[in-house]
Write a protein that binds this ligand. Structure first.
Ligand SMILES: C[S@@+](CC[C@H](N)C(=O)[O-])C[C@H]1O[C@@H](n2cnc3c(N)ncnc32)[C@H](O)[C@@H]1O
Length: 247
């Protein structure tokens, strides 16, 4: 049921860009998945990007190399990604529909697999990587936007007994990867005003998960804004995690 709602949600937001919210960000920690990717990739690398969405991040941040494949379970997202690919003029890149939990990729084939803010099955990823190949994950943790979620008494991952970062970390270790590292990522986000902040919260799954029919209550939001405004900007603390691992 959750997967169906998530699928519907992503099909709906396929043409959607974060730029409209003009979010200012300050990194409090210095691990960045794309910087890591660019350090380990060579011109001969074959890279798979799982849950690529509209491919915007792939097209902007992935290095030029032998082959890049971006996949997503939403056919409409892949349609958007193909349009973005044409506009970008990038070479050696293709997109296709694939469920991360039912991967259809050759064994011992890729040098690097990347998965940003999407579900993964490390056992299936392990199979499609070459020996010595890398896995890079970026995810959203249980404590992401915690102060806001506590105000609303609901939100993504809030009731998880074990944070998803730990679940992922254990799954990567259990799949047989070595040199596995779990890295906390903290980012401060600044929003210019309530209207922008509320529109952002209506579109992302932070408070209402994948149920876009639910409201963002003004009185609760106002109370958060009152407690978290500095120099005219609304602050939200993001808590992500990175995982790097080697086959
Ligand atoms: C938050 S977006 C992240 C997109 C992109 N990786 C980025 O970082 O900008 C999550 C993406 O994962 C995809 N997704 C979610 N569950 C999936 C699954 N089981 N298999 C493949 N893609 C999935 C969604 O369709 C969506 O495009």
């Amino acid at each position: 049921m959750k997967k169906e709602k998530e699928f519907e949600y992503y099909e709906k937001i396929r043409n959607w860009s974060f730029n409209e919210f003009e979010i200012r960000q300050e990194r409090l920690t210095n691990w960045n998945m794309y910087e890591e990717l660019n350090k380990i990739a060579t011109k001969d690398s074959k890279i798979l990007d799982l849950g690529t969405g509209g491919g915007e991040k792939l097209l902007k941040y992935f290095p030029d190399c032998k082959k890049i494949v971006g996949t997503d379970f939403s056919p409409l997202m892949i349609e958007t990604a193909n349009k973005n690919l044409l506009l970008s003029g990038r070479k050696n890149t293709s997109f296709k529909v694939m469920d991360n939990l039912a991967m259809d990729e050759p064994e011992n084939y890729y040098n690097i697999v990347v998965a940003r803010n999407t579900v993964t099955d490390p056992v299936q990823i392990y199979k499609c990587l070459k020996k010595g190949g890398y896995l890079l994950i970026h995810g959203v943790d249980k404590y992401d936007c915690l102060a806001l979620k506590m105000k609303f008494k609901r939100g993504q991952g809030m009731d998880d007994v074990k944070p998803i970062s730990i679940v992922d970390y254990e799954n990567v270790l259990n799949a047989g990867f070595k040199d596995v590292e779990l890295i906390p990522i903290h980012v401060r986000e600044f929003y210019k005003n309530k209207e922008i902040f509320k529109n952002f919260l209506k579109k992302v799954p932070i408070i209402n998960e994948f149920d876009s029919s639910k409201e963002i209550e003004d009185d609760i939001l106002d109370s958060y804004i009152e407690d978290n405004t500095h120099n005219g900007e609304i602050i939200m603390l993001r808590r992500y995690y990175g995982i790097s691992a080697k086959k």
